[in-house]
Design a protein around this ligand. Structure first.
Ligand SMILES: Nc1ncnc2c1ncn2[C@@H]1O[C@H](COP(=O)(O)OP(=O)(O)O)[C@@H](O)[C@H]1O
Ligand SMILES: Cc1cn([C@H]2C[C@H](O)[C@@H](COP(=O)(O)OP(=O)(O)O)O2)c(=O)[nH]c1=O
Length: 222
């Protein structure tokens, strides 16, 4: 059989997204879920948003205050426009899909992304006057096979982030995290209404228990 036909017969990989507040454990669990999938004999690519591509690099500069400096902070006299940032997240997503995610899925690899569209729906709906426009600018981003939401309280998320590092990014402020927690609940409900598969896992449990719960949910999708 020619390599082309062999590739044509290959089954598409699974596209899984991990979501949660800053500190929910998505970075930790992306790696651990990948290890579990590999142990099942699957090929797995782990990635994250903002991505490692050119638009993602720009987004990270805004988040860490290197673009606009103190002006990137909410409430600053001349803030980095939140709508411009929402567009950068959406542009980064389409570039990420085209350059990194879709080709691997087509090759049969599973892809785990640490954050995706649900992050924009949760965070940017708060800074851009609601979800409608955020949904519109993300309409071209393909739906994942499942979005796995790690549910933790804002207090847990902030405590974990403070323990891990003293560096603060744009959205890592306790009062804002409480608002993001509520926004995530609204965004989850909207995605579910639209027929997307969203699975909620208790992220307050010890690391190993969270991974076991994720594996249990993912098993039925393979
Ligand atoms: N289930 C857990 N219980 C306790 N601490 C955790 C748990 N998951 C992650 N952590 C710790 O919390 C911090 C943030 O985790 P991380 O995976 O980087 O979160 P995120 O990527 O969601 O911000 C890290 O120090 C990590 O070791
Ligand atoms: C992907 C995405 C991230 N974000 C935010 C969430 C985080 O505060 C930040 C990503 O920074 P990062 O340091 O990657 O966060 P974490 O390690 O917690 O996953 O950007 C959005 O506001 N919208 C988005 O679409």
């Amino acid at each position: 059989m020619s390599p082309r036909r062999a590739a044509g017969r290959r089954r598409r990989g699974r596209f899984l997204v991990l979501e949660g507040l800053d500190g929910a454990g998505t970075t930790t669990q992306a790696q651990r879920l990948a290890a579990w999938l590999r142990a099942q004999g699957r090929q797995v690519h782990v990635t994250a948003e903002p991505s490692g591509g050119p638009v993602g690099a720009l987004v990270r500069q805004v988040l860490t205050g290197r673009v606009g400096g103190a002006a990137a902070r909410p409430g600053a006299a001349n803030p980095f426009d939140p709508h411009a940032l929402a567009l950068l997240f959406a542009a980064d997503r389409l570039d990420h899909v085209a350059s990194e995610i879709a080709p691997r899925l087509a090759e049969g690899q599973d892809v785990i992304s640490d954050r995706y569209t649900l992050s924009s729906l949760a965070y940017q709906s708060l800074t851009c006057g609601g979800p409608a426009w955020i949904e519109a600018i993300n309409a071209r981003a393909p739906a994942p096979d499942a979005t796995l939401f790690l549910e933790v309280s804002a207090a847990t998320a902030v405590r974990r982030r403070f323990a891990a590092s003293s560096r603060r990014e744009l959205f890592e402020v306790p009062a804002f995290q409480r608002r993001v927690a509520r926004s995530y609940q609204r965004a989850l409900a909207r995605l579910q209404e639209q027929g997307e598969r969203v699975l909620v896992v208790d992220g307050e449990q010890p690391v190993e228990a969270v991974t076991a719960a994720l594996a249990e949910r993912v098993k039925s999708l393979l």
